[in-house]
Ligand binder design. Structure first.
Ligand code: SAH
Length: 352
């Protein structure tokens, strides 16, 4: 097992030959444990409404410049149909935290998708009460994504004020989701102001402790509009984790080493730092998932979680073609089927 100190050493490694070793370690574990398939998860950003005040996030309620939208059931089901046409195994339903999306509305959407398709359904709707999570699980939802954002509790409280409708402890919520039979996904932002190397090493250790089925990480991308929220100051430079592309690859690779069987996406935030080859490098350094965006363009341009988000003005067709090209360009192949977590005892999925 890799130690705390070894994780920190990798995070601070600057020698490119040594880093080549890390990339090939991660790539070998990826190939051996989850194979060459790159699973496609079609992302549907169903609402940008949010009642919270997360200082890092552009959807936060203080952002009065955003045009707010919520998709109708029919619009969401149209996106799910596209997912089936594109042969994706999963749809990911994501939104801000808003009472506009009632527990019953989501349950109805999940039931309809499950009745009409063989798609796995992943939800990513923030902090919600157990009774809703149970309702959605009974409706057929398979997985839930909820990043804990940082394992440093003080930093988390500073960037994620305790306001909102269904506020709860994210780690406890993940454990609760697990007992309900969901596959659970989490992750962090890399290079948050005030995040130390030790914090980030603890984040990676927590991935292993929670035995995550899915791990999503990306760079923290600073808001340009000060009205959105005030972030903490940076630490002294030798302690502060930088929000660089290289640091993201290190965390992707280390996540693969500590959770060999997890599904790990090469994220849009990473592509935002390097549109030309970020996705491919993520996939070559531990990742085995991409999330092509299915959200119709007139909605997606308002789902601007951070400035200059990649693929904000593409169509679902363009995203689909682009991802397929990138996967084939590095000698990999698109996954088939739901692509659930491998090797979990008492597997709840392969998917109904
Ligand atoms: N409301 C849901 C979905 C949030 S959006 C929730 O809170 O879980 C999904 C992820 O985008 C967040 O978990 C966060 O890690 C990431 N994100 C938000 N703002 C960001 C920023 N400025 N830079 C990089 N990633 C960001």
């Amino acid at each position: 097992m890799i130690t705390h100190q070894q994780i920190i050493s990798w995070l601070q490694e600057e020698d490119s030959e040594r880093l080549e070793e890390l990339w090939s370690l991660a790539d070998n574990v990826r190939r051996e444990k989850v194979g060459n398939a790159v699973h496609l998860r079609g992302l549907i950003e169903i609402s940008n409404r949010c009642q919270r005040q997360c200082a890092y996030c552009g959807l936060n309620v203080a952002n009065t410049k955003l045009n707010r939208y919520t998709m109708s059931k029919e619009e969401i089901l149209d996106c799910a149909n596209r997912a089936t046409q594109f042969k994706y195994g999963t749809v990911v339903i994501q939104a801000g935290e808003t009472s506009t999306l009632s527990g019953e509305f989501i349950a109805d959407v999940v039931r309809s998708i499950k009745a009409k398709s063989s798609l796995a359904v992943t939800l990513s709707l923030g902090e919600r009460p157990d009774e809703e999570l149970r309702l959605w699980r009974e409706a057929g939802a398979n997985r839930y994504l909820l990043r804990f954002e940082t394992s440093n509790r003080e930093l988390f409280r500073a960037i994620h004020p305790a306001t909102g409708i269904h506020q709860r402890d994210r780690i406890e919520m993940l454990e609760s989701l697990r007992t309900m039979g969901y596959e659970i996904g989490s992750g962090v932002m890399i290079g948050l102001p005030g995040q130390s190397y030790s914090d980030l090493a603890r984040d990676i250790e927590l991935f292993a402790k929670l035995d995550l089925d899915m791990i999503g990480v990306g760079p923290y991308i600073a808001q340009t509009d000060e009205a959105i929220g005030e972030m903490p100051p940076n630490l002294a430079t030798d302690l502060q984790v930088p929000c660089t592309e290289l640091m993201v690859y290190k965390v992707v690779a280390l996540a693969r080493l500590v959770c060999p069987e997890a599904n790990i996406p090469s994220t849009t935030a990473l592509a935002t730092l390097n549109l030309a080859t970020g996705r491919e490098l993520g996939m070559s350094r531990g990742a085995n998932v991409v999330m092509p965006n299915l959200t119709p363009r007139h909605f997606r341009e308002h789902y601007e979680i951070y400035p200059n988000k990649a693929c904000l003005r593409e169509t679902a067709d363009q995203c689909h073609a682009c991802m397929a090209r990138r996967i084939f360009s590095i000698g990999r192949e698109p996954g088939t089927g739901p692509g659930g977590r491998r090797g979990r005892k008492g597997d709840i999925l392969e998917c109904h």
